[in-house]
Design a protein around this ligand. Structure first.
Ligand code: BGC
Length: 743
């Protein structure tokens, strides 16, 4: 359909019909216009797969037997693969299943920067680095949208905490906004051609992000040329006039009074009352409808030529397994305890409640009704194939359901309740009542922990090998709530320490979506594996790594600080902060802070081990372009696998300005490549760094700038381990100010 046809269609719509198209008429759908062949627009969560179906008007699971789906690795797991091809494959499965389930827009991926390890939704996001997030989000979006389905990249923007998420007002410098918090969204729009963007709940500089003129009109549309639909987060709209004027296209919410939504009857009333100029209002409404019809047209919703799709395709499981495998991060392997030898382990003790827990149904709107989920315990059984006796001990007591949203209050899902609680928490106590356990419950928890711990320690004495699988659950990694510290729950610190005392060779595995404090036992542990909520194939992938069928190649997408007390946002008292949060750490987020200010960490950004060894050396660079409007540099180096196993590593290139004229991080990630090498193989690798690799945001110029001068290119294994350095010189500076795109 041409632009003119869309124009013609708009001219045939009544004002009421247009208004019906721009707000929810169901919890996940808008109204169509049947007489003109415009269907309703159907959305669904989310980032880990297509969510189960709810009744149109209630947060009530319909209870279908056919909405079980593929459960994908969470975004932090995906980011830990540092593998763009797997990001594409994962996006493709997500889009395929969304279309297969009859959805038009999948509310994913989430890419907010991990400003603090305590943010409850870190597992839904892609770590702390804007370059890594940008590189991973683009293929995810492209994969999704190949299926005649729109992505909805969320939450735009600076949505970095759950505490007071509906109203918290973020004060952030323009430089940090541009360098840290926006690049992922910009890449999704400009390179990924994302058709959907979801506004964040919070405010930016006093205005809610869902109707923030600066974010939605100035940056998203005018600077980046976004053509698709801006959707509010559910219940994220607070003002009719702002929603009308400031760039929001579609208002969604959590209640069933659709006609009372800000962009429903109140909008009509606003126009009728003369409080806004009628002509301007109608132009704005037409614009919104045009964006919606543009996307509908791109998805072939209007021409009857939409591609069909499917879900739960068995062929997709291989990609999901591979993603889960490559997401596993080996953090410690002293004395080469790992991999374990299948032939030698005849009696295996598995300790830890997470070994036996399915995580798919938790986390908030990222919950999944998984077709199946292989737990670590099941994965170990599958892998050892009856040749070993596997004894399981929970080790600690966890009676939490793993989903703080399940069956709470009147609504069956608790999503609407969670928003009410957010609102109440803003006014009163920040601690949701349901999390405060009664003394009696705590006493019971303590007694059970002691009992389970004792049993586990006893069993550890006569096993050939002991694997501990603990970590967090979605009672901690969840929407609607931040953690208050990084401590492991359920007295796991004591259990792990005791286990290590009787069995120093215990293989320690933590499953979680964000960093935890390991200081109580880390020095005594020879092994440590970090696996995330790695999707339906996660448990078998983990078992394959432990027993060496798979050589681990995951790398941390975020720094693991020793505790939350090192995190700059926490140090400044600005996480979770008050009603207004000042991002006082500015651009010094994650390794940009720890590295620049020499703050020790538990594990640095980009860290991860392998069962083989790689040598990277000989970095050399050539300036290909040094003009006033662009830069381009060719970087090459050699890499060899000097061990006995095939494996993969991630070569990371950081850029450091040698004599910075403004304050800059010690170095910043600007290129990476995941490389698979056979034992003994050597390869030359060449990467190209473009202008973006050298810029910083100049607030006076309102643009990105590269100063002439010397830059170091650092070849590194992770943010703390630079293996080789070279230097280049730019003779001229570049300035790239935002051009306004004509829309
Ligand atoms: C979440 C979104 C989600 C939406 C719809 C909100 O509470 O913040 O990420 O897509 O609900 O379920």
């Amino acid at each position: 359909m041409t632009k003119d046809k869309i124009k013609e269609l708009i001219s045939q719509l009544t004002l009421q019909e247009k208004i019906d198209m721009i707000h929810g008429n169901g919890l996940f759908a808008t109204k169509g216009v049947e007489r003109l062949g415009i269907p309703p627009f159907i959305t669904s969560d989310g980032p880990r797969g297509v969510r189960k179906d709810f009744e149109n008007d209630k947060w009530k699971d319909i209870g279908l037997s056919y909405d079980y789906v593929s459960y994908l690795p969470c975004n932090s797991a995906l980011a830990a693969t540092w593998n763009r091809e797997l990001a594409y494959a994962t996006g493709k499965i997500l889009g395929k299943e969304a279309r297969g389930r009859g959805k038009d827009m999948i509310l994913a991926p989430g890419i907010n920067i991990m400003r603090s390890p305590l943010c409850g939704r870190s597992f839904e996001y892609m770590g702390e680095d804007p370059y890594l997030a940008s590189e991973m989000v683009v293929p995810v979006v492209q994969g999704i949208e190949e299926n005649d389905v729109s992505s909805c990249v969320k939450h735009f923007a600076v949505n970095n905490q759950e505490t007071r998420r509906l109203d918290v007002d973020v004060e952030v410098s323009e430089r940090a906004l541009r360098e840290i918090y926006l690049p992922g969204f910009e890449a999704a729009v400009k390179k990924g051609k994302a058709k959907g963007i979801m506004g964040a709940y919070n405010k930016l500089r006093g205005t809610h992000c869902c109707h923030n003129d600066y974010l939605l009109n100035d940056i998203l549309r005018k600077e980046w040329g976004f053509k698709g639909i801006t959707v509010s987060d559910w219940g994220g709209v607070h003002d009719t006039k702002e929603a009308l004027m400031n760039g929001l296209d579609m208002e969604m919410s959590v209640t069933d009074n659709y006609d009372e939504y800000y962009m429903a009857s109140p909008l009509l009333e606003l126009i009728e009352s003369g409080a806004v100029d009628r002509k301007t209002a109608c132009t704005k409404i037409d614009e919104k409808v045009r964006h919606i019809l543009y996307v509908m047209n791109e998805l072939h919703m209007l021409d009857g030529e939409r591609s069909a799709s499917t879900y739960n395709d068995y062929q997709d499981k291989a990609a999901l397994r591979q993603t889960a495998r490559e997401s596993v991060v080996l953090l410690k392997n002293e004395k080469n305890i790992l991999p374990l030898d299948k032939k030698k382990v005849k009696k295996l003790l598995v300790v830890g409640e997470n070994a036996n827990r399915q995580h798919a149904p938790g986390g908030g709107s990222a919950e999944i009704k998984a077709l199946y989920e292989i737990t670590p315990l099941m994965g170990l059984h599958m892998l050892l194939g009856g040749n070993a006796e596997i004894v399981y001990q929970p080790g600690y007591f966890n009676e939490d359901v793993g989903n703080i949203w399940a069956n709470t209050g009147d609504s069956e899902n608790g999503q609407a309740d969670s928003l009410n609680q957010d609102a109440e928490a803003t006014q009163s106590s920040p601690e949701p009542e349901k999390k405060i356990k009664s003394e009696e419950k705590q006493k019971h928890q303590k007694e059970m922990n002691e009992k389970y711990q004792k049993e586990a320690i006893e069993a550890a004495k006569d096993a050939d090998a002991v694997i501990y699988v603990g970590g967090l659950t979605h009672d901690y990694d969840t929407e609607g709530q931040d953690r208050t510290d990084m401590k492991l729950p359920y007295e796991q610190d004591r259990l792990i320490s005791e286990l290590l005392e009787v069995r120093p060779d215990t293989v320690v595995v933590l499953e979680a979506g964000s960093p935890v404090d390991m200081s109580a036992w880390i020095d005594g542990a020879d092994t440590l594996i970090y696996s995330w909520y790695a999707g339906m194939e996660g448990g078998i992938a983990l078992a394959e790594v432990i027993f060496g069928d798979v050589n681990p190649s995951g790398r941390l997408p975020e720094t693991f600080p020793i505790s939350e007390r090192e995190c700059p946002a926490v140090v400044l008292g600005e996480f979770p902060g008050g009603d207004q949060v000042h991002y006082g750490e500015d651009i010094f987020v994650g390794y940009r802070y720890y590295d620049t200010y020499d703050v020790p960490t538990a594990f640095p950004f980009g860290y991860g081990l392998s069962y083989t060894d790689f040598v990277m050396t000989g970095i050399r660079a050539e300036v290909l372009e040094d003009c006033a409007d662009s830069k381009s540099v060719k970087v090459s180096f050699d890499i060899s696998n000097i061990g006995r196993r095939a494996g993969a590593t991630v070569a990371q290139i950081y850029v450091a300005d040698k004599y910075p004229k403004v304050k800059k991080p010690a170095k910043e990630l600007k290129a990476f490549e995941k490389l698979y090498l056979e034992p003994g193989e050597t390869r030359e690798v060449t990467l190209i760094l473009e202008n973006d690799a050298f810029t910083y945001y100049d607030e006076e110029l309102h643009g990105f700038k590269v100063n002439a001068g010397s830059y170091m290119l650092l070849l590194a294994k992770n943010a703390d381990e630079v293996v080789d350095v070279t230097e280049i010189e730019f003779r001229c500076s570049t300035v790239s100010c935002a051009e306004k795109v004509q829309i």
